[in-house]
Design a binder for this molecule. Structure first.
Ligand code: SAM
Ligand code: SF4
Length: 329
């Protein structure tokens, strides 16, 4: 029996972002410090069994799309076995993965075979040296192998590029050129203050500047209809196969149609990237609570969803110091 859920602003819950680990093999400077972050003890991570159970519960509440993220999902042991079981859950129309592409390349045909519907590949530059500087690791060739394999397999592909003043502004246009011949969406993301070191005062290059840069360097850009529940304002480019999108992740222009919930690798449910967490689902999954009890607790948690990310941030009890790798970006 379905039990579909809307929050107090009438926004339906349809989309679950699940962090399968807080571990990562890269050290992107905007996500974590060079020395890394303190990973939680393994026993505190959600097990695959727990993730499958909570996904079934969320589907009952109206979720039809799931994104697996982290940390780097592909570094978790037996992630492929978990995916295979996840794809068997009825009611999930879309199963998406966000990855840095460092270790997934050879397994892309398998992902196609089991029905993974889309992949977001994080790539902040097409310059190998710069990639190594940004990620503090040497995996550019592997990331490009993943890029090509996803295209070859015919899985829907989006690129996530975090745009950072002084780091990769000059890469905005070359990245857009990936859309010339291939059906790929290049998404430019405003940098957010989740770098594991504490908030920064200013985030330099915002969505307006990104758009100006694109408009002044490319053939005509036409805005596409903004779809509820998404975060990117997308544009087609005359003569290009793919499209570009701009995500005002720090400015937060899209909250009014937000339909998502996050569950961190330790099972903390978050209504918003910018909130403190509203429910410890891991505790309920391990203390004998029934599915119905967990459903009720999720409903109560979701009813606390604030109007937008600004209000969520204003209600945080501590300044933002988490890494995106532990929140589940
Ligand atoms: N490791 C995987 C990856 O990099 O794709 C998945 C996890 S990562 C935290 C998810 C997404 O968050 C990536 O696209 C990454 O670029 C983005 N991200 C991480 N830190 C960010 C920040 N401070 N501001 C904006 N986006 C960020
Ligand atoms: Fe790892 Fe992704 Fe964070 Fe980079 S953005 S350090 S790849 S979790």
């Amino acid at each position: 029996m379905s039990d579909f859920l809307t929050d107090s602003f009438g926004r339906p819950l349809e989309y679950l972002r699940l962090a399968v680990t807080d571990r990562c093999n890269l050290r992107c400077f905007y996500c974590m410090p060079a020395e890394g972050i303190n990973y939680v003890p393994r026993k505190d991570l959600l097990s695959y069994e727990e993730m499958l159970r909570l996904t079934r519960i969320f589907v009952q509440l109206g979720v039809n799309k799931i994104r697996l993220t982290g940390g780097e999902p592909f570094v978790r042991h037996n992630f492929y076995g978990f995916l295979k079981r996840l794809t068997k859950i009825e009611g999930l129309d879309k199963i998406a993965i966000t990855t840095n592409g460092s270790v997934a390349g050879k397994h892309i045909p398998f992902l196609k075979e089991i029905g993974i519907t889309s992949i977001n590949l994080s790539l902040d530059t097409l310059n190998k040296e710069k990639f190594n500087k940004i990620t503090r690791r040497d995996f550019f060739d592997q990331a490009m192998e993943t890029y090509n394999s996803v295209l070859d397999a015919g899985i829907k592909l989006s690129i996530n590029m975090v745009v950072m003043e002084g780091r990769n502004i000059e890469d905005i246009v070359p990245m857009a050129m990936l859309t010339k011949n291939n059906d790929v969406t290049v998404r430019y993301i405003e940098e957010m203050p989740f770098n594991g070191k504490g908030a920064r005062n200013t985030i330099g290059y915002n969505h307006r500047k990104i758009l100006e840069t694109l408009k002044s360097n490319l053939p005509a850009l036409s805005p596409l209809t903004f779809e509820d529940g998404t975060t990117a304002q997308e544009y087609s480019i005359e003569g290009h196969n793919g499209k570009v999108g701009i995500i005002a992740a720090h400015t937060r222009t899209f909250c009014s149609s937000c339909n998502r919930i996050r569950v961190t690798a330790t099972g903390q449910m978050k209504n918003c990237l910018y909130d403190d967490g509203v429910l410890n689902i891991k505790r309920m999954l391990t203390n004998g609570s029934s599915d119905q009890m967990i459903c009720e607790a999720i409903k109560a948690g979701y009813s606390k969803k604030f109007k937008d990310g600004r209000v969520s941030e204003a209600n945080q009890t501590e300044a933002i110091s988490e890494s995106m790798s532990s929140i589940g970006g």
